[in-house]
Design a protein around this ligand. Structure first.
Ligand SMILES: *Cc1c(COP(=O)(O)O)cnc(C)c1O
Length: 344
């Protein structure tokens, strides 16, 4: 049985073009800087982001950690959202491995941090205080309904950061989804930040990998940080080859995923017993009304029996994510399955 897997865009398998590119990839030892395919991916990625240089890393978590280790020293403090992926889902790696203190501020429902909150959190020079070094933003914002941050907002944060001698890192795991939703070039969304990480392995369908981009000096140091966390890979061109296909063939089609998420959410909202949150991109959340006698666990189990997977969260909500392998027909099949579960 083929499942309609809406749990995440990380479940995407590589496309046939990716497998072909992987098979044919020219490779070398990338720790020696000799893998031509990795180097090409890094050049293409830097160009797409409008940055000087790029670094291929094993995962988004590694990309964010390497960025933080590069921007900050032990004892430094990082301002970030209390709903951010880096704060919630990365094991506190910055503190565990880098001696860096997180300073979480409330994420607004649209994924932003209030400029006043950032300003108030920046430390003054005082022997008692850690030194604020960095502000981290997330675009699109996973836990805040997949909301995209605008270029204007990002620039305003970067401007404030610069006034205080801080740097800005962007967790842009789904930055191409943000560009598709806002109808802009991805460069507009990252122009003012010092570094940006984006994932090849989510909606772009590559099997493995993320890319960290920034100035040539920053990437030089980041390459050292990647090595110390064990991220120096050898014939990684096998993986980078799929990443090149991801950048060349997959970034232009993400609006399709957003339209399917919209259609799915609208259909769900019409089913008695279902409530749906806002939809901005390819991720949205929905939940059962209080009147529904089914528990969230039972709902998930029955939906699974009908061949549909969504992600259950601890708060009883469900996450649905559309991606390359979800078709219009899958959306309709999912709606039929949810109707069947709730009317049984
Ligand atoms: C998935 C994700 C990451 C981490 O990526 P992994 O490759 O899973 O380590 C970081 N930030 C955000 C917003 C993500 O959604």
């Amino acid at each position: 049985m083929r499942y309609i897997d809406l749990r995440s865009d990380t479940v995407t398998h590589p496309t046939p073009a990716m497998r072909e590119a992987m098979y044919r990839a020219e490779v070398g030892d990338d720790v020696f800087g000799e893998d031509p395919t990795v180097r090409r991916l890094e050049e293409i990625a830097a160009e797409r982001m409008g940055k000087e240089a790029a670094l291929f890393v094993a995962s988004g978590t590694m990309g964010n950690l390497v960025a933080l280790l590069t921007h900050c020293g032990r004892g430094d403090e990082v301002i970030l959202g209390d709903h951010s992926h880096t704060f919630i889902y990365e094991q506190g790696g910055m503190a565990a491995l880098g001696g860096i203190t997180p300073r979480p501020l409330p994420n607004q429902p649209d994924g932003t941090l209030r400029l006043e909150d950032i300003r108030a959190a920046i430390r003054s020079e005082n022997v008692h205080f850690p030194r604020t070094r960095l502000v981290c933003l997330e675009n699109t914002h996973n836990l805040c309904d997949g909301a995209p941050l605008t270029a204007e907002y990002t620039a305003a944060v970067a401007n404030l950061a610069r006034q205080h001698g801080l740097r800005v890192h962007l967790d842009g795991a789904r930055i191409f989804n943000a560009a598709a939703a806002l109808g802009c070039d991805v460069r507009d969304l990252v122009r003012e930040v010092d570094s940006v990480m984006f994932c090849l392995s989510k909606g772009l369908c590559a099997p493995v990998g993320s890319v960290l981009c920034g100035s040539a000096d920053f990437i030089y140091e980041a390459r050292r940080a990647r090595k110390v966390v064990g991220g120096g890979m050898r014939q990684a061109g096998i993986l980078a080859a799929a990443g090149i296909v991801a950048l060349e063939q997959m970034t232009g089609r993400l609006a399709e995923d957003h339209a399917r998420a919209q259609r799915l959410a609208e259909g769900l909202a019409q089913i008695p017993g279902i409530a749906v949150g806002p939809v901005y991109t390819n991720i949205f959340y929905f939940w059962l009304d209080e009147g529904v006698s089914l528990s969230p666990q039972e709902f998930l189990y029955r939906l699974r029996e009908l061949g549909v997977l969504v992600l259950g969260r601890e708060d009883g909500r469900f996450r649905a994510v559309t991606h390359y392998w979800i078709t219009d027909e899958d959306v309709e099949t999912t709606l039929r399955a949810v109707r069947a579960v709730l009317s049984a």
